[in-house]
Design a protein around this ligand. Sequence first.
Ligand SMILES: [Zn+2]
Length: 83
Amino acid sequence: MPDGAAVARRTAGTWGVVATGGGIMIDKEFLEILACPACKGEVRLSEAAERIVCQACGRRYPIRDGIPVMLIDEAEMPSRDAK
Ligand SMILES: [Zn+2]
């Protein structure tokens, strides 16, 4: 199985994610392409633009250097903070 998350990670730097002085902007279209790798749910940018949040399962994916890390292993679970 190709890893879609890895593809998103590799391409995010060239399109969809724009670094600005005060933070990052992620294109709405880019977010529409992204999907939660765990449940394929719709994802959204958090209010502080620091995470990608799955609307379906609640997993939160970090954004590192302006690039969404859409990996299940990196996601924070909504109800289980500690591993
Ligand atoms: Zn999900």
